[in-house]
Design a protein around this ligand. Structure first.
Ligand code: GSH
Length: 302
């Protein structure tokens, strides 16, 4: 039985990033479907407060954020690589480009469709994205940003390559693909907006066929039992004196972009792009929750 347990819902573009990673690597994994908004008691028992999707669990280790999940999958299953052209550093960094592309799509979706969302869901998302004025989205600007990002994809494909970094698919395709994927399906006018980008359209179909590996269903109770019967893997902690962070210190970790929830615990793993905190809950025992450093604020609590 596979060790990989993904806590997620499929409508999420960030979940779709991870599904395509699993597809590229041809992995078998267990799926726990989470609700799209609170209450999310099972997930919070495991993460200690992070409500977002996707979350990867391996035994008593919990990996938050699609970028941290990419790193973990690449470490555990190096082939086929998510970096077929060897450019791992710049591709990990490009997550911030993909997030900007996502934000353009999100603005467009909110401006064009959110008045039709169920009221409770709209209120929840307003709380999640406090920096977006749901009633005052500048649609023309959002469209122009979408065009610019999509244009870069078309330009990258201009020499006839199949994928963004060459002949084989990789993380950069996964990052970029989810925005056309969710906006074409949910935002009126996007197909017309993207009509000039014919190479991008064909590339989207190629990325879709990468699939998701092999999905096995699993309940949240089963996943929590796996955590309870496992021990977190050993990890390394490099002190960061400049930020007053060292092994054993109590910290809070929270996303710096949206309100997906904060997690507090004892710092047990740290490097320039890793934060791991140990915490306990009666339903999962001791777990280590791992975050990327990029995009997450660490606050010492002692
Ligand atoms: N940077 C995160 C972003 C994850 C994210 O924003 N996911 C959205 C769904 S698309 C979410 O968690 N929404 C709140 C929720 O599901 O409760 C990642 O790459 O995993």
């Amino acid at each position: 039985m596979t060790d990989l347990i993904l806590h997620h819902y499929d409508a999420s573009p960030f979940t779709q990033r991870v599904l395509r990673m699993l597809g590229i690597k041809g992995l078998e994994w267990r799926s726990v479907t989470t609700p799209m908004m609170p209450p999310k008691d099972d997930l919070l028992a495991l993460t200690g407060g992070y409500r977002g999707t996707p979350v990867l669990q391996v035994g008593a280790d919990v990996y938050i954020d699609s970028q941290r999940i990419a790193r973990e999958l690449e470490t555990r299953y190096p082939q086929p690589s998510l970096f077929p052209d060897g450019n791992a550093g710049i591709t990990y960094a490009a997550v911030k480009w993909a997030d900007a592309f996502f934000r353009a799509g999100l603005h467009l979706a909110i401006g064009a469709t959110s008045t039709m969302w169920p009221a409770e869901f709209r209120r929840d998302r307003q709380g999640l994205f406090p920096d977006i004025d749901f009633d005052g989205v500048d649609l023309a600007h959002a469209r122009s940003q979408m065009l610019a990002h999509a244009g870069f994809i078309e330009q990258q494909l201009a020499d006839g390559r199949a994928f963004l970094s060459g002949a084989a698919p990789g993380l950069i395709d996964v990052h970029a693909w989810t925005v056309p994927w969710f906006t074409r399906a949910s935002v009126p006018g996007v197909n017309e907006l993207f009509a000039p980008f014919t190479r991008m359209r064909a590339w989207e179909e190629r990325v879709a066929t990468l699939g998701e590996g092999t999905r096995l269903e699993c309940t949240a109770a089963e996943a929590l039992a796996v955590a309870r019967s496992s021990r977190p893997a050993p990890c390394a902690c490099v002190d960061d004196d400049a930020n007053d962070l060292s092994f054993g210190k109590r910290v809070e970790v929270a996303p710096d972009d949206t309100r997906r929830g904060a997690v507090s615990g004892r710092l047990v793993a740290l490097d320039w792009n890793e934060i791991g905190v140990a915490r306990e809950h009666a339903r999962c025992g001791e777990v280590v929750v791992h975050f990327p450093r990029l995009g997450y604020r660490v606050t010492p609590l002692d």
